[in-house]
Design a protein around this ligand. Structure first.
Ligand SMILES: [Zn+2]
Length: 119
């Protein structure tokens, strides 16, 4: 099982990958180069918007992986009965804006209540 917090080495590798994405973003935003009329602030605005999108995409993917790890059933926290899990999309504010999280939700027919399973 992966460590809860990534090592400094792994975080450094991720920064290098992201730095490469920054170069790709620059070419995507200005294929012919920005020209002399684009200010540094203009460049930062383009990249800041892209980084917020990266945060949303990464958080959505990682929480989806966690939801997959929970499986298809979970025990009702009230009575312990195993209940099928469905996915419900919830918008949640993250540092990149609003991410759409596809969260597992259980419904216990015995207790007539919904619950959010946890690890
Ligand atoms: Zn129950």
């Amino acid at each position: 099982m992966a460590s809860k917090v990534l090592s400094e080495r792994k975080l450094g590798e991720i920064e290098e990958v992201a730095r490469g994405w920054g170069k790709l973003l620059a070419r995507e935003a200005y294929p012919e180069g920005p020209g002399l009329d684009v200010s540094l602030a203009d460049m930062e605005d383009v990249v800041a918007r892209a980084t917020r999108a990266i945060v949303r995409g990464a958080v959505e993917t990682m929480t989806d992986d966690q939801a997959d790890d929970l499986g298809e059933e979970a025990a009702c926290p009230n009575c312990g009965k195993m209940c099928k899990l469905k996915r419900k999309t919830r918008s949640l504010a993250v540092r990149g804006g609003n991410a759409n999280l596809d969260e597992p939700v259980g419904h216990c027919p015995t207790c007539r209540r919904d619950f959010f399973p946890s690890a």
